[in-house]
Each structure stands twice: as C-alpha cells, then as structure tokens.
Design a protein around this ligand. Structure first.
Ligand code: ZN
Ligand code: ZN
Length: 468
C-alpha cells in the first residue's frame, strides 16, 4: 500500500493551479495509429508496474475516484469487494471504458487514452458480443516485443471477439499458457506484467520463432481477411487528429452509406444484397428500417463483400468508392429513395470549449469541472478526455479554491471564539463550552472541529493577550 499512499500524497500535493502535476505517471501509450495499438487494460497494467504497486491497489485507487465507496462496501462486507477490474471491459465501448479512460486521462494527463479503447465505435457498433470473453494473445508478437527490446504489451485487437488471428504473423491467437495450460493468465492476479503468465510466471511469448515458409491453413484465410479489416479500423481509430484524418463514425451516415451500397451493388434490392452477404432478407430489411448499430460481424461482411474499409463504411465516406469490378451488377442507379433528413450528430468545437475552460480559470470564484461540464451540456468524462490539460488545471484550481475558502471560514470562526474567550476572561468567568455558547452563534460551535482543544488554546491566547 505504501506506493498508493505515495500516490495519494502526490495527489494532495499536486494542487498548483497553473500546471497541475499528473497524479500518476504520464506513461506514453504504445502503437497509436497502427493496427497494433495497445489496449487500455495493457496500459493500466503497465501503469501499475511503473508505480511498483499491484494492479489491485491501482484499481482500488481509480475506482474510489470513479465511484467513491464502491470498492470497499460492496454488499456491506469490507475488504470483500466483488469489484473485479479485469472482468470490466475497460477497453470496450461501454460505460466502464468511458469511466476508466476519463479517470486515467485525468490522473496521468495523457490525452490519447480513449484511442486505447473501442469507445470511438460507441453508438455505431453493437456492444453485445464485441469483446472477447477470454484473454488471448499472439505468442510471436510478445516474443518480437522482447527481442526488439521493447516492453511486451497486449494489443487492443486481441480483445475483439471476432478477431481470431494475428495479422502480423498470420497465426491463431491463443488463450492458454503453453507452460501451465491455465487460461485468463493475462490478468487474474494481483500483479500483472503484460507478457508473463500470472499462474506460473513463465513468459507467454513463443520461444521458437515462426517458420515463415509455412503458409496459413486454408480455413484461416477468411479469418485473416476479417482480422485485416478489423485491425485497419483500429489503426484509423487510434490515429491522432494531428497526424491523420480524424475518425468520426456516425450511425446515420453509415445507414445512408449502406443504402448507397445496396443501390449500387444490387439495384436497391434488399433480397439480393442479403443473398450476397449470406444473411437473411429480413435482417437487411431490419437494418434499413430500424437503423440501429450493427454487430461487428455484419459490418465486416458488408465491408468485405463491397470492397470498402470498415472506417469508411462507419463514417459513410463512400465518395471514392465504386463497386468491385468482379461484381455482377444487377442494376445501377435505380432511383432508390433518398435517405431521410436527419439531425446531424452533435459536433463539439473543442477549441472553443478549451477556451471556455481557460476563461473559467480567470474567474474569482472558479467552478468545478463537473459544474462547467453541466453548463456546457457535455459529459464530464469527455471533457477530461478531449481537453485534458484545461480540465485538470481547472480541477486543481477548484480544489485550491475550496481549501482557501475553508481556511478563511476557519480564521473567521477562530476570531469569533477568541473574542468570546476575552469577554469571559474580562468578566472573570471560566472559559467553558457552555459559557462560550452563550456568546457565539450555534453555527460557529457546530462547525469547529476539535472544539475543546481549540478553546483551551484560545483561552491561553486570551490570557496571554491580557497579560501584555
Ligand atoms: Zn503476432
Ligand atoms: Zn502459465
């Protein structure tokens, strides 16, 4: 626990309003903008190691900030918390991922942590069945990491259920330790070092290099194509806006895109499109009417059959797309109905929002980040993810402001109590709580901590003042 206490101490000390020090190490994520981008789970484990504390202790530290009391008091049994961090999809699309990415961004000051999760797909890809139910890895990737002198880490791609193979080595991902045959060895222990089995402690990377002359099995070809589709998407998703085009999926643009695909590929006929994809006609009909997020499996099918990347499909950017040449086109441009006008997805102007946060800092009475988020109608976690520095600075400034206010209140209370003590002394009366209570507001007594100690010290001070 000592390292966690050190972290807490750092949290308390790091209150400088101008440049808040990060509470946790600002560890750079691995593989951003590539198909081998790290997962948030991996980042979290590496962060715990870099602080030389257990993953459990770090999880507790984070959970207590996300949901105070959640860790200790589950079902009223102290120390028997059933919060199991590794069962949460902290790299997924749900609230857990948003909470963890937001909190880790706030604590580390690293602004790109959302890109280590599938959060950018939220609302565009169905969450159900998206994440793998077991921890899997490529033993050759881990061995490569070690050979190249880099810290082994878990790839986000390994957390996606549909992804069965490594696109770099064209081999199946594995889920059991080759040494002890245990599963879920990536993360069920107190100390997790990415790349080592948590059951037997052995390295999970392959000791034998891959023989590049052995071609992948025929039945793996489809899985390899699927994996390419998925990892290309991960690369597009984790590219920072400074180095490449921003990835902005939108469910309505996606469905408009699907209409275009059905139109150009199959003359607008859902039945033909369904047959092409190998799904039921009613399924395609359902997509067109309900316009809900599709499963990743369905999206990959569409992408592969139509020759479009998942990133373009999800963003509805089909301007440069044309039907694959081998396709027998039944009809072109049959005048399928134009999509309904829709309310455009809310786009935040993050530049303006950052400025708003900076303006807020100049106020004499700064507001909390939560209050400002509410006023801007933005989820506070997004503020921490997108405007990390500004949100953290404002948070630190607000805490300092609270401290200052508490200090002022205390000074006023002490002055009032001291005055009461002096009056009692002058009147030759003894200084007791009951006597003081006659002279000050009840509120003053109620809000004084350690009342007896304070009074006895003030009585001494009143005596001293009188003697001078
Ligand atoms: Zn690999
Ligand atoms: Zn093992």
């Amino acid at each position: 626990m000592s390292s966690i206490s050190a972290i807490s101490a750092a949290a308390t000390l790091g209150l400088s309003a101008s440049t808040p020090r990060s509470t946790l190490h600002a560890l750079p994520p691995i593989g951003l903008g590539t198909s081998e981008v790290e997962s948030l789970t991996s980042y979290f484990c590496r962060l715990a190691n870099s602080h030389a504390c257990t993953t459990n202790d770090l999880a507790k530290f984070i959970i207590e900030r996300i949901e105070p009391g959640r860790w200790e008091t589950h079902q009223g049994t102290p120390g028997k918390s059933r919060f199991v961090w590794y069962q949460r999809s902290i790299s997924g699309v749900g609230d857990s991922a948003l909470n963890w990415a937001g909190m880790l961004s706030a604590l580390t000051g690293v602004a790109t942590l959302q890109q280590l999760t599938l959060l950018p797909l939220q609302g565009c890809v169905a969450a159900k069945g998206l994440m793998a139910t077991r921890a899997r890895w490529c033993p050759y990737c881990l061995a490569d990491d070690q050979r190249e002198g880099q810290q082994p880490y878990f790839r986000l791609a390994w957390d996606i259920g549909l992804n069965k193979v490594c696109v770099r080595h064209l081999t199946a991902l594995i889920a059991r330790c080759p040494h002890c045959n245990a599963s879920n060895v990536r993360h069920t222990a107190n100390v997790v070092v990415p790349g080592w089995c948590t059951a037997c402690g052995c390295f999970l990377g392959s000791a034998i290099p891959l023989d590049p002359t052995i071609p992948p099995a025929t039945e793996q070809k489809l899985e390899i194509e699927q994996a390419r589709c998925i990892t290309d998407l991960l690369a597009a998703m984790s590219t920072s806006p400074e180095t490449g085009p921003a990835f902005t999926p939108d469910i309505e643009s996606f469905h408009q895109g699907v209409e275009r695909l059905i139109g150009d590929m199959d003359g607008g006929l859902a039945a033909h499109f369904a047959r092409r994809l190998g799904v039921r006609k009613s399924t395609v009909h359902y997509w067109r009417t309900v316009r809900t997020p599709l499963t990743l499996e369905a999206l990959v099918r569409i992408a592969m059959h139509c020759g479009v990347s998942l990133a373009n499909l999800l963003q509805g950017t089909l301007a440069d797309w044309c039907p694959p040449p081998t396709t027998q086109q039944l009809a072109l441009q049959l005048g399928y109905p134009l999509p309904n006008q829709h309310r455009p997805k809310r786009q935040h102007d993050w530049g303006a929002i950052r400025q708003r946060l900076r303006d807020e800092l100049k106020q004499t009475e700064p507001r909390s980040v939560t209050e400002v988020a509410k006023a801007l109608d933005i989820d506070v976690r997004h503020l921490y993810i997108q405007a990390t520095t500004e949100a953290r600075t404002l948070g630190a400034c607000y805490v300092q402001h609270l401290h200052q206010r508490a200090l002022q209140a205390q000074t006023a209370i002490y002055a009032e109590l001291l005055q009461a003590c002096e009056i009692l002394r002058e009147n030759g009366e003894s200084i007791t709580v009951e006597q003081v209570a006659q002279l000050v507001e009840p509120r003053t007594l109620n809000s004084t901590r350690h009342l007896y100690t304070v009074l006895s010290s003030l009585a001494g001070q009143a005596a001293n003042d009188a003697a001078m």
